[in-house]
Design a protein around this ligand. Structure first.
Ligand code: GLA
Length: 392
């Protein structure tokens, strides 16, 4: 056997070791604890996220970190800066909690700029081609912040503004309601827009996100949450071994700028097909750049329906996504490259998180055949997405 054989063998072992979550490096293992073991251990998971590191006045408004818990010890942390989901701790099949979203321990982490970790994205989540659209005969020009296109609400989108927060108790469980009034012309969009986003943690281990908005001028709107999930525990490994099902027979075909061409193509016999459980990584090499696509949900939107289900074999953690939206963007953290160090000192390498952004389709303001995104005065925008957790 020659030297090349041994080099290839070592490389292959390295690749197997790096991918998936089966073999964890003890030194980088996320602290975990048993549910019910009240305690220091419990403090350990969120130890690096401290309330005081989020206290700050920005744009004359107070920023804070809020915590929601349920009686199963699930814990959600949210900041009113960008209405960002900072952490989400859920149990594995043995009852060990781990934080399963990517993000930062401090507000500074978010202020330095980041790829929308946990953020509420608006006014228009995803891309608008050539950063313009025409509404009732008027052309509106938006910031071109993604080459010639507009992405995720522009330069200072909803992910970078301070929302007013109020802790409330609902029938479903503890909740955080955040409101923000976006002024007429903000980031180029028409109309004063009053928005609210409510995060509720239920006793059924669901994180419910409800959005509402009203405008005083005809406008377009598409709100989502941009959390990056890793059901094995944030920062521990890539997400290529997660098993995914998407309730979608079609996806919107895009051009090189990731703007839909207008064609909705069947996923059948292609690496885009997740109608049956498949690992995210099994065919990702056949998809240029990795998954960053909008799927056309079979439900058609309008009422709450199961859109996606993700299962992580080593922990047993399973997440279901229900939404009233007609589309869902599967993004597999293709642009993560190890340059960001997140919570607990974890380095976020390529594919270390996946996003399932429930939404209307990209570039809908310029695509009359797509489900409409126009909001008129007197109408109420109401959408909801639910992430439900259990183990297998
Ligand atoms: C979205 C987009 C991606 C990328 C990420 C943020 O999911 O579709 O192309 O911009 O946000 O990095």
């Amino acid at each position: 056997m020659n030297a090349r054989f041994w080099i290839n063998l070592v490389l292959a072992i390295g690749v197997i070791y790096m991918s998936g979550c089966k073999k964890k490096d003890a030194a980088t293992k996320e602290p975990e604890l048993k549910i019910g073991a009240k305690t220091e251990a419990k403090e350990k998971i969120a130890m690096s996220i401290k309330d005081e590191t989020f206290k700050r006045t920005i744009d004359g408004k107070q920023v804070e970190l809020y915590t929601l818990t349920n009686s199963n010890d699930l814990r959600v942390r949210i900041t009113n800066y960008g209405a960002i989901l900072v952490s989400l701790e859920v149990p594995d099949r043995k009852g060990n909690l781990a934080d399963i979203t990517l993000g930062f321990d401090t507000l500074d982490g978010y202020l330095k700029g980041h790829p929308y970790f946990g953020a509420t994205v608006g006014r228009y989540a995803n891309r608008i081609g050539k950063a313009r659209f025409v509404l009732e005969g008027t052309e509106y020009k938006l910031a071109a912040n993604n080459n010639e296109n507009h992405l995720h609400g522009g330069i200072k989108g909803f992910d970078k503004v301070v929302w007013k927060a109020e802790e409330i108790v609902t029938e479903d469980g503890p909740a955080l309601k955040m409101t923000y009034v976006s002024e007429d012309g903000e980031e180029g969009y028409p109309g004063n827009l009053a928005c609210s986003v409510i995060y509720t943690l239920t006793e059924d281990n669901e994180l419910k996100i409800s959005y509402e908005a009203q405008t005083d001028k005809t406008t377009v709107l598409n709100l989502t949450n941009h959390s990056y999930f890793n059901l094995a525990g944030q920062g521990t490994c890539d997400i290529l071994g997660h098993m995914l099902v998407l309730n979608a027979d079609k996806y919107t075909v895009v051009d090189e700028g990731l703007i839909p061409t207008g064609e909705n193509r069947s996923v059948k016999d292609s690496p885009m097909d997740f109608t049956k459980a498949e690992s995210i990584g099994s065919r990702i090499g056949q998809v240029e750049g990795g998954y960053d696509h909008n799927y056309v949900l079979n439900s058609g939107g309008g009422s709450l329906a199961l859109a996606a289900s993700v299962y992580e074999p080593s922990s047993g953690r399973t997440m279901e996504v229900y939404t009233t939206e007609p589309g869902i963007q599967l993004y597999t953290g293709n642009f993560l490259d190890g340059s960001i160090t997140g919570k607990n000192g974890k380095v976020y390498n390529k594919h270390f998180g996946f996003c399932l952004e429930t939404q209307h389709f990209p570039d809908s303001p310029n695509k009359p055949d797509f489900p409409p995104v126009v909001l008129r005065p007197g109408q109420k925008y109401v959408t909801e997405t639910v992430y439900r957790f259990y183990t297998k």
